[in-house]
Design a protein around this ligand. Structure first.
Ligand SMILES: [Zn+2]
Length: 394
């Protein structure tokens, strides 16, 4: 079988040149080459066939179901607003030099005021003071907005939505199941999404692509969704958006104490109706090196799948697929080798098969690209995850 990959060249329009790290301006890590090279690798792959598919435009409504209107408006006009204010160098991105530090410290912090209440915004933000607004809506020096970034941001969300909607159709066409083929697709989203909050951008992320897809499946199709986040970094935005909800389930395996630094601890388990539906497993980097380290990673992933994802009995599984766990990744690096990515795919499929056997229905699985910054390796590692999911370890 082949895997449909939702992708658009609109991502090329998001092209920041630099970011702030350790107090220095450095070349931007989240480059267009990430996706361009990954697409080349998938097209060349001999182990599995991938069909590149352009996304359908589902409009702004599914995005508005997750993100606040004032934040969306800011993203759309941030660059023009900023260049008008400073006198304008359109080749430079919008990078805050002050941060309002909303949400970033996680569930221990006092809840923010209702994001929909325009009147709760500071007057400087509400009445258009550009310097205040960029620090209100963007929480770090890596999340840079260029002149045409909105088009890329919007299109990335449409890729995730298209992947989800494709699975709905594929699933109804193959119900009841006639063969053992999995129902799966891949959304090559750029910019990534899992650090984006309801009304704050962070960690290269603006719109939370996987959250938008999950909410769409819940609203339009009555889905019971599990989100499994295997990116190197904690999916703090996704956690925050769904923290008080029992649908979707959010399960994250990530490096301890790395970005976003303040969240992803095991005692963050959800609140109210969502209590017990957020699961975090941070891994110490020193425990993940070498063969034993890779086995430790996979054992922990398997435990999470079997203890939380399978018992949840999801009707859809969404995977935040970061490949920045690769041992050579310049931003992350959690000791995984390329064969290890195949094992990730196979482990997820094994869990899905258990749910399918128990419920006598398919569990469509959407993989949504998050991080991965080793541009020479990430395509092959993505391909191996999908190969493991489709074919197992044979
Ligand atoms: Zn990451």
């Amino acid at each position: 079988m082949s895997v449909d990959v939702f992708y658009t060249e609109s991502h090329l329009l998001h092209n920041p040149q630099e970011e702030l790290e350790y107090g220095k301006i450095i070349p931007f890590h989240e480059t267009p080459d990430r996706i361009s090279n990954a697409v080349d690798a998938l097209v060349r792959s001999r182990s599995l066939s991938f069909n590149l598919t352009s996304p359908t435009d589902f409009g702004l409504e599914p995005i508005r179901a997750v993100h606040s209107d004032d934040y969306i408006e800011y993203l759309r006009h941030a660059h023009a607003e900023w260049t008008n204010y400073v006198g304008g160098d359109p080749t430079r991105g919008v990078t805050p030099d002050i941060w309002a530090i909303r949400h970033i410290s996680g569930p221990r912090a006092k809840p923010p005021p209702s994001p929909d209440a325009q009147t709760s915004l500071p007057r400087s933000v509400r009445e258009g003071y550009a310097r205040a607004r960029m620090g209100w809506y963007i929480s770090d020096g890596q999340t840079v907005i260029m002149e045409k970034s909105w088009q890329a941001i919007y299109s990335a969300a449409q890729c995730a939505l298209s992947g989800a909607e494709y699975l709905v159709k594929l699933n109804s066409a193959s119900s009841p199941p006639k063969d053992d083929n999995p129902v799966t697709s891949l959304a090559l989203c750029r910019p990534p999404g899992h650090h984006a909050f309801r009304d704050v951008g962070a960690g290269y992320c603006f719109i939370n692509n996987i959250a938008v897809a999950a909410q769409h499946l819940i609203d339009r199709h009555g889905a019971r969704v599990a989100i499994l986040d295997v990116d190197f970094h904690h999916g703090n935005g996704t956690q925050s958006i769904f923290y008080d909800r029992s649908n979707p389930l959010f399960v994250s395996l990530h490096a301890q104490w790395d970005f976003p630094h303040y969240t992803g601890h095991e005692d963050e388990t959800g609140t109210g109706e969502g209590e017990g539906f957020t699961i975090n497993r941070p891994l110490a980097r020193e425990d993940c090196h070498g063969k034993d380290g890779e086995e430790h990673y996979h054992a922990t992933l398997n435990t999470l799948i079997h203890s939380h994802v399978v018992p949840y009995n999801p009707t859809f599984l969404l995977v935040s697929l970061g490949v920045d766990t690769f041992h050579l990744d310049p931003v992350g690096g959690l000791g995984l080798t390329t064969p290890g990515f195949r094992l990730i795919g196979a482990s997820i499929r094994a869990g899905v098969k258990l749910v399918e056997a128990a419920t006598k229905r398919r569990v469509p699985t959407l993989f949504v690209l998050e991080g991965g910054y080793g541009v020479d390796d990430m395509g092959e590692n993505i391909s191996e995850v999908m190969r493991g999911y489709v074919n197992g370890l044979i």
